[in-house]
Design a protein around this ligand. Sequence first.
Ligand code: ZN
Length: 264
Amino acid sequence: MVGRIEDSSDIPVNLWKVAGLRSVVSSRVITVGDIASQDMTECASFAQQSALAVEKVTKIHPQRKYLVLLPRTNAEFAKWTLGTSSDDDGMYVAPQSSGAAGWIAIDTGESIGSGATVLDNPSFLEHVVRHEFFHANTLPEIDSVGNAPKWVIEGFAEWFASSADVVFPQHAPPAVLPTKDHEFAHDTKTHAYARSFMFISYLVARFGQAAAIRFYKRALEPAYGTTAASFAHVFGHSLASVEHAWAQQYRKQVAGLTVDVYEA
Ligand SMILES: [Zn+2]
């Protein structure tokens, strides 16, 4: 198990030198971390379930197992994500070179208030794991994102994660698509993730999951042109007209949410 990590250049992290490292291997996932053994077991179980669930939705079945890293502290999380993470609860680190594999890291030490961490809220933990698995399953290459904007990439990951629980702001943000990628870096102000999630959920409800996934895959492919072109091709309506229709029903959509975690 640790062989893959030790021998491979996939993960430029000196992981095998960490004291108290544990691993759990399931049919689809290798989970490695230095957290308590019962937490490892729980996370590994969410990871395996997420892997099976995402492959069922996307019909993408990678040959190799997914790798999930579970650092105990925020400092380790920063190292195990190569310092690319900020205050995220989880992260998918895309492959560092062509042909290498990416990996998922969950910030198990991340505070969710009142001295609790993500490990203390299983449905939120499962949400984080599912979100990252959507990325890991659909973005296997160094450049998989293509020219897809973040509202597509993050909106679909949040939609897939929402079956574990729904994370939403206390006060609903406006029904406007966050089309500028930099809005995602200031999420506490923009709630770009929540807005994208609501739009993708609307797409799935209106056009069906299969069409929505077709659009997602097409949006990743630069050869198909702009996101708006892929959108019109798959759904037979312009992005602008569907965004307008989404805004029309938004209040009702918000009222129908069952939210587990409210953000400030
Ligand atoms: Zn994400």
